[in-house]
Design a protein around this ligand. Sequence first.
Ligand code: SF4
Length: 702
Amino acid sequence: MSAPRSPSLRRSDAISVTEVRNALRCPRLFTLGRSTGKTVLFPVASSALGATFHRLIERFSRSLDTPPTGVSSLPEGTSAEALRRALICWILDDHLVPELERNELYARAPGEVDDLAEALRQFAAFLADRAATMAGRPAAALLRLVARSELVLESVIDLATIPGSREGAGVIRITGRADALFQDDHLAPEIVEYKLTSSENALLDLAQVALYRRLLRDVQGVEATPVVLRFEPELTVTRADAADADRLVERRILPLIRDMVRWLDEPGQTPATDRLDICNACPMRGPCREAHPGRISARDAATPSPLAPTPDGLIIAAPRRVEPLLDAKATPSPPLPQGGSARPDAPIVDGDRQGDTESQELEAMILEEFKRRGVSARIQKRIISARLIRIEMSVPPRSSLKHLDQHAEDVCHHLASRLGDPKLQPVYESEEGQRVFIAPRRQPRAVELGVLLRRGEEWLGKRPGRFVVGEGLEGAPVLGDLSDGATPHLLVAGQAGSGKSVFLRALVLGMTAYHPPSLLTMVLVDPKLVTFTDIEERIGAHLASPVLNDVEEVLPKLDELVDEMQRRYELFKQKKVQDLHQYNEVVPAEERLARTIMVVDEFADLLFVKSSRAPFLQAIQRLGAKARAAGIHLILATQHPTVKMIPGEIKANLGGKIALRVSSAVNSRVVLDTSGAEKLLGAGDLIADLGRGPVRAQAPLA
Ligand code: SF4
């Protein structure tokens, strides 16, 4: 094996808090960031909205000493509600609107702008509620409350004080910029970070703000409470205990900083992340492979992207163990909402000549429209999926993509009028340097469950719990696996007309296709009596009980599953095995246990009723955490993916997320942590995130 190549690092006596945060995620992000001179943004897609939000908040905070009359004239004792209204007007009218007017690109991202506006409203309301409890006129209280914004912090740490340091290790400067320092009349000072990324990063956020607390104490002697304000876009406030934050710094962050200094000298020694799931989304994956060719662990190589087709042309949307079927090469996940894998040899599905004709017509019209505007454009590739046509554009050498961007919106409008149906209007997207037109097909092609099952048969038939999600953009089946640790349970959301019921039926029928009732049983709950109407005739032997139509029957069933889970753990203990799969391998065939899957359509009904809400959430938590190994799985579906209907207890415990069309970007974020599902076409068009990022697919008809 060749010796690792050591990237040459720019030596420095300072480490930034962002670098520490990156190193907590993966140490190599730190050394690779240094060696390439790049700022590593991770997660990649989190930057644009977050940067705008931070910029607006910063401007707003700096303008607090010159408030508009609507705020400065408010007397002492103004109600929180009145102050909230005044602040929201101020922040939206004086800060957001000018920002939107300055840059016409915002007009192309209405979902993101909605989220941004909502996050700003939440911020204004938060400040108003706090300031209303403080003494003096609201304007003065606000100025005191937001004592500092964009607070630059820098402290020197003596490495010798950190256990395990080498002799003569010297000192290191730690630099950072905290978002704000709040000074409420009633509370200790607060060092505050604003976050727009999802709560998956909560521990990193906490570590970051804990380190800011330490720097602030070193520099100014101020003991501040670490606070994270997370806008998703609804606001969640997390206040860390100061003692816990200090312990985190002492036990985790300072030793890491000690090691980071060492890795500056010996970058080849920088270890890879322990996390199984982040390499495929890592912006440094390429440089990482180059810098550590002999040191990428088997795990690094064995976690293909959800969009990496297997040799059979399948797309496995869930992460899984290494199996010979898999292709270890990875391709980057596509951005939402119109993502698709870019396989140059994308086949036209047999018999889809109609799609071929439609796409050729669309191509010709696009080129013609650009030509009329004096812009040279080329077609790079086209992909015809069951519902969409995707046309990737390029420009001739020495031409600029900027010209495409400038005229694309106009081209889209004209195409809609030429096609004679506004619903067929293409959208134009810029995806990591690629320019793409995506248009709904005039005559969609039906996707058949039977066809997808046959194409995925070998993989699906190997283990109960594997399932078909749908057909991916390039025609390959998109598959998932409940026996995988990242996706033991599923959350399915879609408004009326989204195709949720059809999807659930296909999911259930597909799961039972290759496995006998002795190895796979199902409990189906259908309170609306529309989803599983004729299913008993089709898969009756796989049903543990008749389809349940009364949500009140769900709670006893969940209790039974919890008991069964405990019973199975006892059996596993006796046989000294870890999970259902191992157990079934060591016992005689007649003692094997069936994987049990409970599908609840419209679980929200259980949350509406006060008496069932708490026991339901409790059971979900118990099953969510431990049932995967026991082979007991939940698939919960809802038409109403709101924060209220999908509380944290549910979201945190259901690994796999499948969003069909939902009514707003906010709802999309509730399910997927990103917008996009609000733009889906309905009738089975979906985005699945089964632990490896979003994959778009069309649900099959069963
Ligand atoms: S590819 Fe994986 S190991 Fe390499 S820097 Fe990225 S996260 Fe770390």
